[in-house]
Design a protein around this ligand. Structure first.
Ligand code: PMP
Length: 431
């Protein structure tokens, strides 16, 4: 155990998770898609700090933009003054959102972005009823924990909202298991109609959904699901909030935003993580009508500060100039095809889109989750020089969300480590 881990444990709360237990990793530098730890060992990074280092490490365009802002001597004054970088970024995001006459509010995190979206939705609808999806993750505050349908992450039973839950699109277990796409959409719409008709009087503020559930283990409903929900919501004037914190900016390859696979434009879109490539930046975008509905004034000291906004502009330009969405599609399909070609009893499902890929581990021949096999593969990957993420309601999903700049060669390198790790864990599995 490292001296730093000892000190970490002595000063941080017990509920703050750290990967790799007693072998916790201290990353001290990075370049491209590789990071180096304090012992000098280099790893290929397939998780990018939970899908946050979206462009990669040590990218000149981003470092230069940040350095140039810091060089002005003004890291920040406050959002009470005009910030050119912030306005420019808001203009770009408003244009990319697909929402007509859009307004953007910047925050420091995805949690705050979702809190802000809930503030807008509850004000415009004059209702504190929210529909959320089971197995979702939306943040760590009272409001966002209350709409997080994932027991591992939701510590509080106190809620500022009345929350009603819709089934998640889990294809392996539960009421949506093994349904065809069309049947799943029908079942989900029936579920929504039933909730609206029984436990609400239709006076719900919003439905919030991740187009692909992130922390929940990269669970995705069929294309068109949010659009089908939207038809029903529209009958009641209920807003749709898309939490694009993990799925935005081209990560899913086929689309710039995850919601675009569903033939729908949400009323509010929340974002964070990748847009800052490590600098704290999040926000919410929605129509002027919805965004302006908040009666009191509201303010964030740091939201959209010049340094984060400079990073955000450089990141967004990089994504667009280098067609990272196209890269996510191409390189993602190499990974997806390679993983799908593996045939091991412990692999219950390989799913994903672009560079957002989940591998679900089960006890062979069943759909029973196997978190021990998952942990084994996770640790073996690290031994083989590859960092991946973990997740899922049962802790049995490996999450792959590398920087969108991942090269084909790096994808193949990572695939080799993953295949070996899965084969070893499969051979060891006790049946
Ligand atoms: N929404 C989603 C979909 C997320 O994955 C996360 C973070 N894991 C959040 C919201 C919260 O973001 P943050 O950690 O920046 O507050």
């Amino acid at each position: 155990m490292s001296e730093l881990l000892d000190r970490h444990r002595a000063v941080m709360p017990a509920w703050m998770p750290v990967y790799y237990g007693d072998d916790a990793l201290e990353i001290v530098s990075g370049r491209g898609r590789h990071v180096t730890d304090a012992t000098g060992r280099t790893y290929l990074d397939f998780f990018g700090g939970v899908l946050t280092t979206m462009i990669g490490y040590d990218v000149a365009e981003i470092s230069d933009a940040v350095r140039s802002q810091v060089g002005t001597g003004v890291a920040h004054t406050s959002t009470l003054y005009l910030i050119r970088q912030q306005v420019e970024l808001a203009e770009k995001i408003a244009r990319l959102s697909g929402i007509p006459d859009a307004r953007v509010f910047f925050t420091n995190s995805g949690t705050e972005a979702n809190e802000s979206a809930l503030l807008m939705a509850t004000n415009v609808r004059r209702s504190n009823q929210i529909l959320a999806i089971k197995n979702s993750y939306h943040g760590r505050t009272f409001g966002t924990m209350a709409i997080t349908g994932h027991r591992t992450w939701s510590s509080s039973s106190l809620s500022p909202f009345t929350v009603n839950w819709l089934a998640s699109a889990d294809r392996l277990r539960g009421r949506m298991a093994r349904l065809s796409d069309a049947d799943l959409i029908d079942a989900a719409v029936d579920d929504l109609r039933e909730v609206l008709a029984t436990v609400t009087a239709g006076d719900v503020a919003a439905l919030i959904a991740e187009p692909i559930q992130g922390v929940g283990g990269f669970v995705a409903g069929p294309d068109g699901l949010l659009g089908a929900y939207r038809k029903v919501l529209g009958e009641h004037g209920i807003l749709l909030i898309a939490d694009e914190v993990q799925t935005g900016w081209g990560r899913t390859g086929d689309h710039f935003w995850g919601y675009q696979a569903h033939g729908v434009t949400p009323d509010l879109i929340t974002f964070a993580k990748g847009i800052g490539n490590g600098y704290a930046l999040g926000g919410v975008v929605g129509s002027a009508e919805v965004m302006n509905a908040v009666p009191a004034i509201s303010f964030s000291t740091f939201g959209g500060n010049p340094v984060s906004a400079a990073a955000g502009n450089a990141v967004l330009d990089y994504v667009l100039d280098h067609d990272l969405q196209g890269n996510a599609r191409r390189v993602g399909s190499i990974l997806l095809d390679g993983l799908r070609a593996l045939s091991h009893g412990i692999v219950g499902a390989v799913r994903g889109r672009g560079l957002m890929i989940g591998i679900e581990f089960v006890r062979p021949g069943t759909t029973e989750p196997d978190p021990a096999a998952t942990l084994r593969v996770f640790d073996l990957c690290r031994e083989g020089g590859l960092l991946v993420g973990k997740g899922g309601l049962y802790g049995n999903v490996l999450r792959i969300g590398p920087p969108l700049t991942l090269t084909e060669e790096e994808a193949r390198d990572g695939l080799t480590v993953l295949s070996d790790a899965i084969a070893t864990a499969d051979a060891e599995a006790v049946f």
